[in-house]
Design a binder for this molecule. Sequence first.
Ligand SMILES: [Zn+2]
Length: 326
Amino acid sequence: MGVYHRYTTIDRGSRKDAGTTWQGGRSVNPSRNQHTIAVSCEIRGRGYWSGREVEVMIHPAPVGTGVRLVRSDLPSQPHCDAVVRYRHDANLRTNLAQGKATFQMVEHLMAALAALEIDNCVCEINAEELPALDGSSLGFVEQLSSAGLIVQAAPMKQLVIRDRYRIGTMDGWVEATPAHAGESYFEYQLSFDDETPIAPQAFGIELTPDRFIREVAPARTFVTKAQADQIRASGLASHVTNQDLLVIGYDGPVENQYRFKNECARHKTLDLIGDLALAGVELIGRFTSFRGGHNLNGKLAHQLAELAAREPAETHSTFQQRRKAS
Ligand SMILES: [Zn+2]
């Protein structure tokens, strides 16, 4: 896939610098405008746990919508905003529920939207569980990036991390620390216990849309062979083959191949990006996880959302002043 083309169309009233194209680095603007997609796009696949065929239709949405998930299969079409307040703990995935609008395994879609800087969209989903695809975010980023991006006439709210926040224990933690130069940096340090075929590994990335597409989006969900045997023995996910995710044995992936030597750490980084996206703001800082998972990510997302709520006006008013001055 080529370079992710940003700013396909530009809304009236957007900032004069909003027409620049992506050049591989972080945006030159300390605070950027909100974005939506230019046209609707569609992603289909089966859920890992349910095995159900599911269709996701993603539509453009106005400023301030955020990411809204709609259960298009239910009569009242209930919706849930993809924010941490509606997050529910689940084993091996991140779920959301707002009344009857329940969704499972939202993290790979959320990572794709956050990394591609798609702030506003409505996702109509005709089942509870999102499609697993190949266990990565690749299917989502392919459709979303070809849909193109619209710059909208309002600033995106940012949270700039100014202190160190760590959640967890010595055995597993996730933390946010200030950025060196206005970047969004995500890192995962993987180190499982002795009885595992997955070697210690790490991955870190300064997040840009292009780098996410190349280096993170293709990294797939993984389980050890022992975990897979256990899940299959309990009658779950019987339709999932060894090609639908990475099943890792002592000789490497079973009937499959790694896309990256450290694909597991990259996938954990993908999950971290998707889970922290539920904070609902653009995150400027360094986010590191050591042996963490969805549960710790969710706790940090809560804390980040609280921090963002405490400083609501700063970015916006600064932006307005700058607009008046220009
Ligand atoms: Zn994942």
